[in-house]
Design a protein around this ligand. Structure first.
Ligand code: PGA
Length: 249
């Protein structure tokens, strides 16, 4: 069965709750499609008003992060149950900004991925190399390591429903989009890696996104690649351009 594309916006630390409502109202008609799953991953405080604003549309509201404990003395964190209760179906895990600024590691990413599955939330698991790693030719090795650790203890059944976002760090927010060949090469390698961990069927089912300066002009070629099942979009997800990215064909 052909994989359905999944195009997700990552709002990062942008949009107040009232701005979120306005943006969703603007984007709602622009992102209407049956061809792709459309997810807006928004700041935690925006989740509930965003859900309300997205009602009756094809927009699915996701979170940008989640903690791996159920509850307790973890000041400032958001639990999986809080997300489930708010109706969240997707959560970004291990974005490079969280790894860089908030000390997330492959191990905490793995704990969060397991927790998300335990609660029926689909993780959008981020991986991506630095410019140095790319220049040193270790990109594929590094990505394989990130993917393997993120999926430790995840069953084949769960992995088949997961989303992996390949986001080269040097392409995030820089306007420097990876070439189609670079993006396809790494997404294909991720699929091979998933096949090695599990089996062919799991590799064929898992959805792999490209992220990093995706725009209305780069999306069509990127998303047409055999192993790229959509995108994780930062800057351009905050603009009407996101409608063009979703309807890239
Ligand atoms: P960008 O961000 O599209 O602004 O490069 C992508 C991301 O960080 O998910």
């Amino acid at each position: 069965m052909a994989r359905k594309k999944i195009i997700a916006g990552n709002w990062k630390m942008n949009m107040t709750p009232s701005e979120a409502v306005t943006l969703i109202k603007t984007l709602k008609p622009l992102v209407a499609t049956e061809d792709a799953d459309v997810v807006f991953c928004v700041p935690a405080i925006d989740i509930i008003p965003a859900m309300e604003a997205a009602k009756g549309s094809n927009i699915c509201i996701g979170a940008e992060n989640m903690y791996f404990e159920e509850k307790g003395a973890y000041t400032g964190e958001i639990s999986p149950n809080m997300l489930v209760d708010a109706g969240v179906k997707y959560v970004i895990i291990g974005h490079s900004e969280r790894r860089q600024y908030f000390a997330e590691t492959d191990e905490t990413v793995n704990k969060k991925v397991l927790k998300a599955f335990e609660h029926g939330i689909t993780p959008i698991i981020c991986c991506g190399e630095t410019l140095t790693q790319r220049e040193q030719g270790v990109t594929i090795d590094f990505i394989r390591q990130q993917v393997k650790i993120a999926l430790l203890g995840v069953s084949a059944e769960q992995a088949a429903t997961a989303v992996i976002a390949y986001e080269p760090i040097w392409a995030i927010g820089t306007g420097k989009v990876a070439t189609t060949e670079q993006a396809q090469e790494v997404c294909a390698a991720i699929r091979v890696c998933v096949g090695e961990i599990y089996d062919e069927a799991t590799a064929a089912a898992i959805r792999i996104q490209y992220g990093g300066s995706v725009s209305a002009s780069s999306a069509p070629e990127l998303f047409a690649q055999p192993d790229i099942d959509g995108g994780l979009v930062g800057g351009a997800a905050l603009k009407p351009d996101f409608g063009k990215i979703v309807n890239y064909k």
